[in-house]
Ligand binder design. Structure first.
Ligand SMILES: C[S@@+](CC[C@H](N)C(=O)[O-])C[C@H]1O[C@@H](n2cnc3c(N)ncnc32)[C@H](O)[C@@H]1O
Length: 195
């Protein structure tokens, strides 16, 4: 996961309002933020503590994701908003939660491991899935392209002028005339880990 996150602020139907139609809390966080934090750092059944609970965004998302939670909030009016909000939340079904858990459990494979193991050679060219860009593999597991160098994700994002890019699904290599996504090599390493 990247260390800089681009997420929409909390607006629209998600933004809680009081009886006058004003914001129920000045700094209500977006559920997408808590979704990412909880998926990335907890498993179903874990207990999450939020000592600055506000409108209970943490509790609402924890409940959806099958986590337990403890919320602490000093303002009674916010506690009431949070309680009402969370009472309406429904947990995702078990199957959907299992998918999230198993994805997180997949072992991390650094791109450099593909180079270390000789699956890709330093100097070899990778091609973007849309065939518009190419970059060269370096011995240290980074890429170098037109006026850019960095990780598979950084170089992909730069070339696409995008805030982020999943380099595993963006880059391909060529073998015997075929274009193959580098993710195939990652899956190969993961399959060996499971044996
Ligand atoms: C940034 S807001 C949290 C917003 C929340 N994440 C949400 O999405 O609604 C911080 C909250 O912490 C509460 N707070 C601040 N100091 C506190 C304390 N010492 N004990 C309990 N709650 C506190 C404030 O009342 C405020 O609602």
């Amino acid at each position: 996961m990247r260390s800089d996150w681009v997420l929409p602020i909390c607006t629209g139907h998600e933004r809680l309002k009081d009886e006058n139609g004003d914001k129920a809390h000045p700094t209500q966080k977006p559920e997408s933020l808590l979704h990412r934090v909880l998926i990335g750092s907890t498993n179903p059944g874990d207990v999450v503590l939020d000592p600055f609970f506000g409108t209970g965004t943490t509790g609402a998302v924890a409940k959806m994701l099958g986590r337990e939670f403890i919320g602490i909030e000093r303002e009674e009016s916010y506690r009431k908003v949070a309680e009402k909000r969370i009472s309406k939340v429904r947990k995702f079904d078990r199957e959907a939660l299992e998918v999230s858990a198993s994805k997180r459990a997949e072992p991390r494979v650094p791109f450099g491991q593909l180079v270390e193991r000789g699956m890709l050679r330093p100097g070899e060219e990778l091609y973007s899935m849309n065939q518009r860009h190419k970059a060269k593999v370096r011995a240290d597991g980074t890429l170098v392209g037109d006026n850019v160098k960095g990780s598979i994700h950084q170089v992909g994002a730069h070339l696409e002028n995008a805030p982020s890019c999943n380099g595993w699904t963006y880059w391909c290599f060529k073998r015997e005339g075929k274009t193959v996504p580098i993710d195939v090599l990652r899956q190969q390493i993961r399959a060996e880990m499971h044996n």
